[in-house]
Design a protein around this ligand. Structure first.
Ligand code: 13P
Length: 328
């Protein structure tokens, strides 16, 4: 394991003023996103969309990395492979390596992430294709009697096993335990579950001897459930999030990048600004999917003649999020 390469990549991902674009929607998820604009997903339309995003002039000022999906890492832009194209712009290519969620046996409403089988071989291929970092997303749902300790433990263990395999190959693991915003729970509940989840994750990372300096954490913000009648303010979200992290996340972790998780682009931008204003011993940034893409997708709607306008919208949002990441 080459620790210096891992540290270097993790630092590069956390470069000042920059963050990560999550463009790794699976075939099913991109289809769901395209339904909103009445477009059929196919390898060609998926590439046309992602090409619009990646070729946005100047986007490299705000992006340190892009997370790709298996389909995209094998595609080309202007005759150059997508990973090489991104690298030519100074953006690190990354890859989603989990294979999605399945029901957790004997636990209604809970999920566990699949993809450890054959992961070593897949990582080695992705490395050949140019991936410098990877992502694995675990999902924790808040509801009646859930999450169970079993669900948290199983997901934490898998995240740690994935992180180990990545680091052995010199690939920086993004460790993503996402406590979902879905539900009517309040901020205090999200706080409790997020703290418990992160504690379990760092316990397992420690047990597997993960080099903390060579990883990046991708958590949710501590936030009210989407259907909660009391919506916490940005300041409350920021205070609860940083407080939780200070209690649980070792200072050796170089970077924390948030997912947007269903927040609107404006909410994800404002909340990030409030969080970075308080700050902590780690670099704090973003790895947004929807919050960076939603506006551009709505402008693009699958039409070549809208590419420039969509790119303008994407660049403007990326700049706002970059500014939010840089409040101190
Ligand atoms: P969202 O920002 O849309 O939550 O996506 C981030 C991500 O990578 C989820 O795995």
């Amino acid at each position: 394991m080459d620790i210096s390469i891992l540290k270097q990549t993790a630092q590069a991902l956390m470069a000042s003023g920059k963050g990560i674009l999550a463009a790794d929607e699976s075939t099913k998820t991109i289809q769901r996103r395209f339904e909103k604009i009445g477009l059929q997903s196919s390898p060609e339309t998926n590439l046309a969309y992602r090409k619009m995003l990646f070729t946005t002039p100047g986007i490299e000022q705000f992006l340190s990395g892009v997370i790709l999906y298996d389909e995209t890492i094998r595609q080309s832009i202007n005759g150059v492979s997508v990973p090489k194209y991104l690298e030519s712009k100074g953006i690190l290519p990354g890859i989603k390596v989990d294979q999605g969620l399945v029901d957790l046996p004997n636990s209604a409403g809970e999920k566990v992430t699949e993809g450890l089988e054959g992961l070593k071989e897949r990582l080695s291929e992705y490395k050949q294709l140019g991936a410098k970092f990877a992502k694995w997303r675990a999902v924790i749902t808040i509801g009646e009697g859930i999450p169970t300790d079993n669900c948290i433990q199983q997901n934490a263990e898998r995240l740690a096993e994935y992180a180990k395999l990545c680091q052995e190959q010199g690939i920086v693991p993004i460790v993503e335990p996402e406590v979902l915003m879905d539900g009517s729970h309040d901020l205090a509940k999200c706080w409790e579950v997020t703290a418990k989840t992160l504690k379990a994750v760092f316990n397992r990372l420690k047990a597997h001897k993960i080099v903390l300096e060579g990883m990046v954490l991708k958590p949710n913000m501590v936030i009210s459930g989407k259907e909660s009648s009391i919506q916490a303010s940005s300041q409350e979200i920021a205070e609860a999030t940083v407080q939780t992290f200070l209690e649980v996340i070792p200072k050796e972790v170089p970077g924390i990048v948030f997912l947007s998780g269903g927040q609107t682009p404006d909410q994800a931008t404002e909340n990030l600004a409030a969080i970075t204003k308080i700050g902590g011993p780690w670099q704090l940034s973003f790895s947004y999917g929807r919050a960076l893409q939603d506006e551009a997708l709505t402008v693009w709607v699958g039409k070549e003649e809208n590419v420039q306008a969509a790119q303008k919208s994407f660049l403007e949002r990326a700049q706002k999020v970059s500014e939010a990441r840089s409040t101190r």
